[in-house]
Ligand binder design. Sequence first.
Ligand code: PLP
Length: 432
Amino acid sequence: MNFTLEKSATAFAEAKRYIPGGVNSPVRSFRGVGGTPPFIAKAAGSRIYDIDGNSYIDYVGSWGPMILGHAHPEVIGELTEALMRGTSYGAPTLLETELARLITEAVPSMELVRFVNSGTEATMSALRLARAYTKRNKIVKFIGCYHGHHDSLLIKAGSGAATFGVPDSPGVPDSIASNTLTVEYNDAAGLAAIFEKQGEDIAAVIIEPVPGNMGMVLPRPGYLEAVRDITEKHGALLIFDEVMSGFRVAYGGAQEVFNITPDLTCLGKVIGGGLPVAAYGGRRDIMELIAPSGPVYQAGTLSGNPLAMTAGIATLHLLMQTETFYEDVTKMTAALCAGIKAQAEKHGFNFQFHQLGTMFGLFFSETPVYDYASAKQSDIAAFNIFFHAMLEQGIYLAPSQFEAAFMSGAHSQADIDATIAASGNAFAKVAQ
Ligand code: PLP
Protein backbone atom coordinates (compact mmCIF):
# COMPACT_ATOMS: atom_id res chain seq x y z
CA MET A 1 0.00 0.00 0.00
CA ASN A 2 1.29 3.44 -0.88
CA PHE A 3 1.88 5.77 2.02
CA THR A 4 -0.52 8.69 1.92
CA LEU A 5 -1.55 11.42 4.33
CA GLU A 6 -4.39 12.76 2.19
CA LYS A 7 -7.02 12.71 4.92
CA SER A 8 -4.59 14.20 7.42
CA ALA A 9 -3.81 17.02 4.96
CA THR A 10 -7.52 17.84 4.68
CA ALA A 11 -7.91 17.67 8.46
CA PHE A 12 -4.87 19.93 8.92
CA ALA A 13 -6.33 22.54 6.56
CA GLU A 14 -9.63 22.41 8.44
CA ALA A 15 -7.88 22.68 11.83
CA LYS A 16 -6.09 25.81 10.64
CA ARG A 17 -9.47 27.49 10.19
CA TYR A 18 -10.08 27.32 13.93
CA ILE A 19 -6.73 26.83 15.71
CA PRO A 20 -3.55 28.90 15.22
CA GLY A 21 -1.36 26.86 12.88
CA GLY A 22 -3.84 23.99 13.23
CA VAL A 23 -2.23 22.64 16.41
CA ASN A 24 -2.26 23.17 20.16
CA SER A 25 1.50 22.88 20.60
CA PRO A 26 3.81 24.22 17.85
CA VAL A 27 6.09 21.23 17.22
CA ARG A 28 3.09 19.09 16.24
CA SER A 29 2.71 21.16 13.06
CA PHE A 30 5.83 19.58 11.45
CA ARG A 31 7.10 23.11 10.75
CA GLY A 32 10.69 21.93 11.33
CA VAL A 33 10.61 18.98 8.95
CA GLY A 34 7.96 20.12 6.48
CA GLY A 35 5.01 18.11 5.23
CA THR A 36 1.75 17.10 6.83
CA PRO A 37 1.45 15.82 10.39
CA PRO A 38 -0.52 12.59 10.57
CA PHE A 39 -3.76 13.20 12.48
CA ILE A 40 -3.97 10.47 15.08
CA ALA A 41 -7.10 8.40 15.55
CA LYS A 42 -6.00 6.00 18.29
CA ALA A 43 -3.05 4.34 19.98
CA ALA A 44 -2.36 1.00 21.62
CA GLY A 45 0.84 -0.53 22.97
CA SER A 46 3.85 0.62 20.96
CA ARG A 47 1.74 1.86 18.06
CA ILE A 48 -0.24 4.88 17.01
CA TYR A 49 -2.72 4.93 14.12
CA ASP A 50 -3.65 7.87 11.93
CA ILE A 51 -6.91 8.76 10.18
CA ASP A 52 -5.41 7.71 6.82
CA GLY A 53 -5.13 4.12 8.01
CA ASN A 54 -1.35 4.18 8.59
CA SER A 55 0.10 2.59 11.70
CA TYR A 56 3.42 3.60 13.25
CA ILE A 57 5.83 2.26 15.85
CA ASP A 58 5.88 5.23 18.19
CA TYR A 59 9.04 6.63 19.78
CA VAL A 60 7.43 9.92 20.81
CA GLY A 61 5.12 8.42 23.44
CA SER A 62 3.15 11.67 23.71
CA TRP A 63 6.52 13.39 24.33
CA GLY A 64 7.45 11.12 27.20
CA PRO A 65 4.51 10.10 29.40
CA MET A 66 3.67 6.75 27.78
CA ILE A 67 6.43 4.66 29.35
CA LEU A 68 4.10 1.66 29.61
CA GLY A 69 2.93 2.05 26.02
CA HIS A 70 -0.43 3.42 24.94
CA ALA A 71 -3.74 2.40 26.46
CA HIS A 72 -2.22 -0.02 28.94
CA PRO A 73 -5.16 -2.27 29.91
CA GLU A 74 -4.65 -1.84 33.67
CA VAL A 75 -4.35 1.94 33.46
CA ILE A 76 -7.45 2.09 31.26
CA GLY A 77 -9.29 -0.25 33.66
CA GLU A 78 -8.49 1.95 36.68
CA LEU A 79 -9.43 5.06 34.73
CA THR A 80 -12.75 3.60 33.61
CA GLU A 81 -13.69 2.85 37.21
CA ALA A 82 -12.56 6.30 38.34
CA LEU A 83 -14.60 7.93 35.58
CA MET A 84 -17.79 6.45 36.98
CA ARG A 85 -17.08 8.16 40.30
CA GLY A 86 -17.05 11.62 38.70
CA THR A 87 -14.43 13.64 36.89
CA SER A 88 -13.53 16.43 39.31
CA TYR A 89 -14.47 17.51 42.83
CA GLY A 90 -12.22 20.45 43.69
CA ALA A 91 -11.84 18.96 47.16
CA PRO A 92 -9.21 16.72 48.79
CA THR A 93 -9.07 13.04 47.87
CA LEU A 94 -7.17 9.98 49.07
CA LEU A 95 -5.74 9.69 45.58
CA GLU A 96 -3.64 12.83 45.91
CA THR A 97 -2.00 11.61 49.11
CA GLU A 98 -1.33 8.22 47.53
CA LEU A 99 0.40 9.63 44.44
CA ALA A 100 2.36 12.11 46.58
CA ARG A 101 3.47 9.24 48.83
CA LEU A 102 4.62 7.16 45.85
CA ILE A 103 6.59 10.11 44.52
CA THR A 104 8.30 10.94 47.82
CA GLU A 105 9.30 7.28 48.16
CA ALA A 106 10.75 7.24 44.64
CA VAL A 107 12.43 10.65 44.87
CA PRO A 108 13.49 11.13 48.50
CA SER A 109 14.62 14.75 47.96
CA MET A 110 10.93 15.57 47.48
CA GLU A 111 9.74 15.63 51.07
CA LEU A 112 6.57 17.49 50.16
CA VAL A 113 4.85 17.51 46.76
CA ARG A 114 2.34 19.91 45.19
CA PHE A 115 0.43 18.77 42.09
CA VAL A 116 -0.24 21.05 39.13
CA ASN A 117 -1.49 20.44 35.59
CA SER A 118 1.56 20.97 33.39
CA GLY A 119 5.33 21.09 33.50
CA THR A 120 5.12 24.79 32.74
CA GLU A 121 3.14 25.37 35.93
CA ALA A 122 5.56 23.24 37.93
CA THR A 123 8.68 25.19 36.91
CA MET A 124 6.88 28.53 37.15
CA SER A 125 5.76 27.76 40.70
CA ALA A 126 9.16 26.36 41.72
CA LEU A 127 10.82 29.60 40.62
CA ARG A 128 8.35 31.72 42.58
CA LEU A 129 9.02 29.59 45.61
CA ALA A 130 12.80 29.81 45.19
CA ARG A 131 12.60 33.59 44.89
CA ALA A 132 10.45 33.82 47.99
CA TYR A 133 12.70 31.50 49.99
CA THR A 134 15.97 33.21 49.09
CA LYS A 135 14.54 36.74 48.82
CA ARG A 136 16.54 37.10 45.59
CA ASN A 137 15.25 37.76 42.06
CA LYS A 138 17.63 36.39 39.47
CA ILE A 139 17.67 32.87 38.15
CA VAL A 140 20.06 30.93 35.95
CA LYS A 141 19.00 28.61 33.17
CA PHE A 142 20.99 26.76 30.55
CA ILE A 143 20.97 27.54 26.86
CA GLY A 144 18.85 25.02 24.99
CA CYS A 145 17.10 23.71 28.11
CA TYR A 146 13.32 24.00 27.97
CA HIS A 147 11.20 24.33 31.07
CA GLY A 148 7.84 25.34 29.64
CA HIS A 149 6.54 28.56 28.17
CA HIS A 150 6.20 31.01 31.04
CA ASP A 151 7.97 34.34 30.76
CA SER A 152 10.95 33.79 33.08
CA LEU A 153 12.11 30.66 31.30
CA LEU A 154 11.26 31.36 27.67
CA ILE A 155 14.62 32.96 27.28
CA LYS A 156 17.17 32.34 24.57
CA ALA A 157 20.80 33.01 25.22
CA GLY A 158 23.31 35.04 23.35
CA SER A 159 26.57 33.28 22.67
CA GLY A 160 29.27 32.94 25.28
CA ALA A 161 28.75 32.40 28.96
CA ALA A 162 26.59 34.68 31.03
CA THR A 163 24.52 37.24 29.27
CA PHE A 164 21.45 39.13 30.18
CA GLY A 165 18.43 37.26 28.85
CA VAL A 166 16.99 38.20 25.52
CA PRO A 167 13.32 37.22 25.24
CA ASP A 168 12.74 34.22 22.97
CA SER A 169 9.25 35.32 22.19
CA PRO A 170 7.58 38.65 21.61
CA GLY A 171 5.40 39.38 24.61
CA VAL A 172 8.02 38.53 27.22
CA PRO A 173 8.84 41.86 28.91
CA ASP A 174 12.51 42.84 28.99
CA SER A 175 12.11 43.52 32.70
CA ILE A 176 11.38 39.84 33.28
CA ALA A 177 13.96 38.55 30.81
CA SER A 178 16.68 40.60 32.48
CA ASN A 179 16.30 38.51 35.64
CA THR A 180 17.12 35.32 33.74
CA LEU A 181 20.82 34.63 33.23
CA THR A 182 21.91 31.97 30.77
CA VAL A 183 24.97 29.81 30.32
CA GLU A 184 25.87 26.80 28.18
CA TYR A 185 25.03 23.40 29.63
CA ASN A 186 28.07 21.34 30.69
CA ASP A 187 30.10 24.52 31.30
CA ALA A 188 30.80 24.51 35.04
CA ALA A 189 33.38 27.29 34.75
CA GLY A 190 30.83 29.52 32.98
CA LEU A 191 28.33 28.94 35.77
CA ALA A 192 30.93 29.63 38.44
CA ALA A 193 31.83 32.90 36.69
CA ILE A 194 28.20 34.08 36.75
CA PHE A 195 28.04 33.34 40.44
CA GLU A 196 31.30 35.15 41.15
CA LYS A 197 29.76 38.28 39.65
CA GLN A 198 26.12 38.07 40.66
CA GLY A 199 25.87 35.26 43.19
CA GLU A 200 24.23 37.41 45.85
CA ASP A 201 21.27 38.12 43.56
CA ILE A 202 20.70 34.58 42.27
CA ALA A 203 17.73 32.74 43.78
CA ALA A 204 18.04 29.50 41.86
CA VAL A 205 19.62 27.51 39.09
CA ILE A 206 17.13 25.46 37.11
CA ILE A 207 18.48 22.63 35.03
CA GLU A 208 17.34 19.63 33.03
CA PRO A 209 19.92 17.26 34.56
CA VAL A 210 19.71 15.22 31.37
CA PRO A 211 18.58 17.70 28.72
CA GLY A 212 16.07 16.38 26.23
CA ASN A 213 14.96 19.58 24.60
CA MET A 214 18.03 20.32 22.46
CA GLY A 215 18.03 16.73 21.38
CA MET A 216 19.30 14.47 24.13
CA VAL A 217 22.54 15.55 25.80
CA LEU A 218 24.39 13.88 28.65
CA PRO A 219 26.13 15.59 31.56
CA ARG A 220 29.91 15.32 31.54
CA PRO A 221 31.36 13.42 34.50
CA GLY A 222 31.40 15.72 37.53
CA TYR A 223 29.31 18.45 35.92
CA LEU A 224 26.12 18.03 37.95
CA GLU A 225 28.21 17.73 41.12
CA ALA A 226 29.85 21.06 40.24
CA VAL A 227 26.45 22.69 39.70
CA ARG A 228 25.36 21.40 43.12
CA ASP A 229 28.55 22.71 44.77
CA ILE A 230 28.33 26.16 43.18
CA THR A 231 24.69 26.69 44.14
CA GLU A 232 25.31 25.50 47.68
CA LYS A 233 28.33 27.74 48.10
CA HIS A 234 26.33 30.82 47.09
CA GLY A 235 23.10 30.04 48.92
CA ALA A 236 21.07 29.60 45.73
CA LEU A 237 18.58 26.77 45.33
CA LEU A 238 19.17 24.00 42.81
CA ILE A 239 16.02 23.06 40.90
CA PHE A 240 16.14 19.84 38.92
CA ASP A 241 13.59 19.96 36.13
CA GLU A 242 12.90 16.24 35.81
CA VAL A 243 9.65 16.69 33.92
CA MET A 244 11.19 14.54 31.20
CA SER A 245 13.87 12.53 33.01
CA GLY A 246 11.79 11.70 36.11
CA PHE A 247 10.63 8.05 36.17
CA ARG A 248 12.21 7.87 32.70
CA VAL A 249 15.99 7.53 32.97
CA ALA A 250 15.38 5.54 36.17
CA TYR A 251 12.48 5.16 38.61
CA GLY A 252 14.06 7.82 40.83
CA GLY A 253 15.03 10.01 37.87
CA ALA A 254 18.40 11.56 37.05
CA GLN A 255 19.00 12.44 40.70
CA GLU A 256 19.02 8.73 41.49
CA VAL A 257 21.37 7.93 38.59
CA PHE A 258 23.86 10.70 39.42
CA ASN A 259 23.30 10.68 43.18
CA ILE A 260 22.70 14.42 43.47
CA THR A 261 20.22 15.96 45.90
CA PRO A 262 18.56 19.08 44.50
CA ASP A 263 16.59 21.46 46.72
CA LEU A 264 13.51 21.37 44.51
CA THR A 265 12.40 19.01 41.74
CA CYS A 266 9.80 19.40 39.00
CA LEU A 267 8.08 16.32 37.59
CA GLY A 268 5.48 15.77 34.87
CA LYS A 269 4.87 13.43 31.95
CA VAL A 270 5.22 9.85 33.38
CA ILE A 271 3.63 10.72 36.74
CA GLY A 272 0.37 11.48 34.91
CA GLY A 273 0.29 8.32 32.83
CA GLY A 274 -0.89 10.35 29.82
CA LEU A 275 -3.23 12.67 31.70
CA PRO A 276 -2.36 16.29 32.54
CA VAL A 277 -0.31 16.08 35.75
CA ALA A 278 2.90 17.68 36.90
CA ALA A 279 4.33 18.38 40.32
CA TYR A 280 6.96 20.28 42.16
CA GLY A 281 8.41 19.40 45.50
CA GLY A 282 11.49 19.35 47.63
CA ARG A 283 12.86 20.14 51.03
CA ARG A 284 10.16 20.43 53.65
CA ASP A 285 11.36 23.78 55.02
CA ILE A 286 11.16 25.29 51.54
CA MET A 287 7.88 23.66 50.53
CA GLU A 288 6.22 24.77 53.79
CA LEU A 289 6.28 28.29 52.33
CA ILE A 290 3.56 27.29 49.84
CA ALA A 291 0.00 28.37 50.66
CA PRO A 292 -1.88 27.45 52.76
CA SER A 293 1.10 26.39 54.94
CA GLY A 294 2.89 29.61 54.04
CA PRO A 295 2.53 32.85 52.10
CA VAL A 296 3.62 31.83 48.57
CA TYR A 297 0.44 31.57 46.55
CA GLN A 298 -0.18 28.85 43.99
CA ALA A 299 -3.50 27.14 43.20
CA GLY A 300 -5.44 25.23 40.54
CA THR A 301 -9.09 24.38 39.78
CA LEU A 302 -8.18 20.98 38.37
CA SER A 303 -4.97 20.34 40.35
CA GLY A 304 -4.92 16.82 41.76
CA ASN A 305 -7.81 15.86 39.51
CA PRO A 306 -9.06 12.34 40.38
CA LEU A 307 -8.72 10.94 36.86
CA ALA A 308 -5.21 12.30 36.49
CA MET A 309 -4.19 11.00 39.93
CA THR A 310 -5.64 7.59 39.09
CA ALA A 311 -3.63 7.33 35.87
CA GLY A 312 -0.48 8.38 37.70
CA ILE A 313 -0.95 5.92 40.56
CA ALA A 314 -1.72 3.05 38.18
CA THR A 315 1.38 3.88 36.12
CA LEU A 316 3.74 4.02 39.09
CA HIS A 317 2.29 0.80 40.53
CA LEU A 318 2.92 -0.98 37.24
CA LEU A 319 6.44 0.43 36.99
CA MET A 320 7.21 -0.91 40.47
CA GLN A 321 5.48 -4.22 39.91
CA THR A 322 8.07 -5.53 37.46
CA GLU A 323 11.32 -5.30 39.37
CA THR A 324 13.39 -5.39 36.20
CA PHE A 325 11.25 -2.94 34.21
CA TYR A 326 13.93 -0.26 33.82
CA GLU A 327 16.68 -2.81 33.29
CA ASP A 328 14.69 -4.59 30.59
CA VAL A 329 13.54 -1.49 28.73
CA THR A 330 17.00 0.08 29.02
CA LYS A 331 18.47 -3.03 27.36
CA MET A 332 15.92 -2.78 24.55
CA THR A 333 16.79 0.89 24.11
CA ALA A 334 20.51 0.09 23.96
CA ALA A 335 19.87 -2.63 21.38
CA LEU A 336 17.86 -0.22 19.25
CA CYS A 337 20.54 2.48 19.44
CA ALA A 338 23.30 -0.01 18.61
CA GLY A 339 21.31 -1.32 15.64
CA ILE A 340 20.60 2.13 14.22
CA LYS A 341 24.21 3.20 14.81
CA ALA A 342 25.44 0.18 12.85
CA GLN A 343 23.11 1.10 9.97
CA ALA A 344 24.38 4.69 10.04
CA GLU A 345 27.98 3.50 9.93
CA LYS A 346 27.19 1.11 7.09
CA HIS A 347 26.19 4.16 5.07
CA GLY A 348 29.27 6.13 6.09
CA PHE A 349 27.81 8.27 8.88
CA ASN A 350 29.57 8.60 12.21
CA PHE A 351 26.65 10.17 14.07
CA GLN A 352 26.25 10.82 17.79
CA PHE A 353 24.02 8.50 19.82
CA HIS A 354 23.07 9.25 23.40
CA GLN A 355 21.09 7.08 25.79
CA LEU A 356 20.22 6.96 29.45
CA GLY A 357 17.66 4.45 30.65
CA THR A 358 14.65 4.50 28.35
CA MET A 359 15.47 7.87 26.80
CA PHE A 360 17.67 8.24 23.72
CA GLY A 361 18.65 10.56 20.92
CA LEU A 362 20.59 10.76 17.68
CA PHE A 363 22.39 13.83 16.38
CA PHE A 364 23.18 14.07 12.69
CA SER A 365 26.60 15.38 13.60
CA GLU A 366 30.05 13.86 13.18
CA THR A 367 31.41 15.75 16.19
CA PRO A 368 30.54 15.23 19.87
CA VAL A 369 27.45 17.03 21.18
CA TYR A 370 27.51 18.28 24.77
CA ASP A 371 25.64 21.60 24.69
CA TYR A 372 23.34 23.72 22.57
CA ALA A 373 26.12 25.19 20.41
CA SER A 374 27.39 21.73 19.46
CA ALA A 375 23.84 20.41 18.98
CA LYS A 376 23.29 23.20 16.48
CA GLN A 377 26.12 21.78 14.31
CA SER A 378 23.79 18.94 13.29
CA ASP A 379 22.84 18.49 9.66
CA ILE A 380 19.17 19.42 9.78
CA ALA A 381 18.56 18.74 6.07
CA ALA A 382 19.87 15.19 6.52
CA PHE A 383 17.71 14.68 9.61
CA ASN A 384 14.64 15.83 7.70
CA ILE A 385 15.25 13.31 4.91
CA PHE A 386 15.74 10.58 7.52
CA PHE A 387 12.65 11.62 9.44
CA HIS A 388 10.33 11.45 6.43
CA ALA A 389 11.86 8.19 5.21
CA MET A 390 11.18 6.67 8.64
CA LEU A 391 7.63 8.03 8.78
CA GLU A 392 6.83 6.53 5.39
CA GLN A 393 8.04 3.16 6.69
CA GLY A 394 5.79 3.38 9.74
CA ILE A 395 8.27 4.69 12.30
CA TYR A 396 7.09 7.73 14.25
CA LEU A 397 9.93 9.93 15.55
CA ALA A 398 9.74 13.44 16.95
CA PRO A 399 9.56 15.85 14.01
CA SER A 400 12.69 17.76 15.00
CA GLN A 401 16.40 17.11 15.38
CA PHE A 402 16.22 18.87 18.75
CA GLU A 403 13.97 16.41 20.58
CA ALA A 404 14.63 13.20 22.48
CA ALA A 405 13.09 9.78 21.78
CA PHE A 406 11.42 7.39 24.21
CA MET A 407 11.13 3.63 24.50
CA SER A 408 8.24 1.97 26.29
CA GLY A 409 7.61 -1.34 27.98
CA ALA A 410 5.25 -2.20 25.14
CA HIS A 411 7.90 -2.15 22.41
CA SER A 412 8.77 -5.66 21.23
CA GLN A 413 11.88 -7.16 19.72
CA ALA A 414 9.98 -7.23 16.42
CA ASP A 415 9.40 -3.46 16.74
CA ILE A 416 13.10 -2.95 17.29
CA ASP A 417 14.13 -5.15 14.39
CA ALA A 418 11.66 -3.35 12.10
CA THR A 419 12.94 0.04 13.24
CA ILE A 420 16.58 -0.90 12.64
CA ALA A 421 15.76 -2.24 9.18
CA ALA A 422 13.82 0.93 8.34
CA SER A 423 16.72 3.07 9.52
CA GLY A 424 19.00 1.29 7.04
CA ASN A 425 16.72 2.31 4.17
CA ALA A 426 16.42 5.83 5.56
CA PHE A 427 20.20 6.28 5.88
CA ALA A 428 20.54 5.01 2.30
CA LYS A 429 18.25 7.85 1.24
CA VAL A 430 20.26 10.37 3.26
CA ALA A 431 23.44 9.11 1.58
CA GLN A 432 22.05 9.61 -1.95
N1 PLP B 1 10.29 20.83 31.54
C1 PLP B 1 10.79 19.91 30.68
C2 PLP B 1 12.13 19.31 30.94
C3 PLP B 1 10.04 19.54 29.57
O1 PLP B 1 10.54 18.63 28.72
C4 PLP B 1 8.78 20.13 29.36
C5 PLP B 1 7.97 19.77 28.20
O2 PLP B 1 8.36 19.06 27.33
C6 PLP B 1 8.31 21.07 30.28
C7 PLP B 1 9.09 21.39 31.37
C8 PLP B 1 6.98 21.72 30.11
O3 PLP B 1 5.97 20.81 30.37
P1 PLP B 1 4.50 21.04 29.79
O4 PLP B 1 4.60 20.88 28.31
O5 PLP B 1 3.68 19.99 30.47
O6 PLP B 1 4.10 22.43 30.18
